[in-house]
Design a protein around this ligand. Structure first.
Ligand code: DAH
Length: 333
């Protein structure tokens, strides 16, 4: 004989049905957790039924107790199932939202290179630093004094014609060579010195395969007791050997107001001689103007044409290629 269900049993059945419906309808993990507390928590609905058991006749208690356990297990199972389902849905939604399409084309970042002019300046600087030279610099906008006068160019001397340049309204000019740095450095320092400096220069030159109106020079000079032209020759030979290997060079007598004697150096390029630097022994007039006693100190100086050395280094046939910003050309270096 099946025992007559007590009202408590009926209550439990109703509660279980309601709970299972509510759990199935819960659409967030938070809502689900609320339901768990509401039904199975210490003060939850199932506990309340348990509390009411005390009023039952003792013979009914084990049966109701076992029903309560069944309900508890059933609810916990439903809660776990629903929790799993909601968690899976959450992860899927997240995956959907954060998809990464690995087949999309990447962002192309072109790789830069050192321009052949900067590169050869760096190489030459390294060679001279290795010979014990210090690196200096000076202004591109210069006064007549530093660019010409202190270098022994007299106001109406024809040597100025070779170095015409742009003049500013205030009488300053765009420097025609890096030799201005000699004067700045000699003013600010006492001998002995071995100095290297590089920079941009400006000249009223007709542009062709070997000339540009804006170009680069590297200046180097050494002042000490007993320096001779032989030291100058040896330094140039050593530097050219280091840069290019032992290629043929020739010294030609020349003239610069700030050196005496003066020379130019050519190297072989495309089957002919190409002038790459001017040099000489610093003129006693320059020494004297800087307060150095020319009877005690002597020195040599030189100015290198950076573009021309780069042309020799890379067998470039036209100086204008160095300024054309043509990536097909520049990517070769
Ligand atoms: N400044 C000269 C030029 O631009 C090159 C030069 C010649 C530099 C002799 C020097 C030097 O320092 O001693 O043509």
């Amino acid at each position: 004989m099946t025992p007559v269900p007590t009202s408590l049993e009926q209550e439990l059945t109703t509660l279980q049905a309601a709970a299972i419906a509510a759990i199935a309808a819960a659409d967030t993990l938070d809502a689900l957790e609320k339901l768990r507390v509401d039904y199975l928590g210490k003060k939850g609905q199932v506990s309340k039924v348990l509390g009411a058991m005390g009023k039952l006749p003792p013979e009914d208690r084990p049966r109701i107790g076992s029903v309560v356990n069944t309900v508890k297990t059933a609810l916990q199972t439903e809660l776990d199932r629903r929790k799993d389902a909601l968690q899976t849905a959450q992860i899927n939604a997240q995956l959907q939202a954060e998809t990464l399409d690995v087949t999309l084309p990447g962002v192309y970042r072109p790789q830069g290179r050192v321009h052949p002019i900067n590169s050869i300046i760096d190489q030459i600087t390294d060679i001279f630093v290795g010979l014990g030279y210090t690196v200096a610099s000076g202004p591109e906008v210069e006064s007549d004094y530093y660019n010409f006068e202190a270098l022994n160019f007299l106001p109406d001397h024809p040597a100025r014609d070779m170095q015409d340049t742009l003049y500013l309204p205030n009488g300053e000019l765009m420097r025609t060579h890096t030799s201005n740095i000699q004067i700045h450095h000699m003013q600010d320092h006492d001998p002995p010195m071995r100095v290297l400096a590089s920079g941009r220069c400006y000249r009223r030159d007709t542009v062709d395969a070997t000339h540009a109106a804006v170009f680069h020079q590297i200046e180097f000079f050494a002042i000490d007791k007993g320096i001779t032209f032989t030291d100058l020759r040896g330094t140039i030979r050593a530097f050219i050997d280091e840069l290019f290997g032992e290629i043929p060079i020739r010294f030609r007598p020349s003239f610069f107001p700030f050196t005496e004697p003066s020379a130019e150096v050519d190297v072989e390029w495309q089957g002919r001689w190409l002038e790459v630097l001017g040099c000489g022994m610093i003129d006693p007039n320059v020494m004297q103007a800087m307060g150095y006693d020319p009877e005690v100190y002597t020195g040599f100086a030189a100015g290198l044409g950076v573009e021309r050395l780069a042309m020799v280094q890379h067998e470039i046939d036209d100086i204008r290629r160095l300024y054309s910003s043509d990536l097909r050309f520049l990517r070769q270096f």
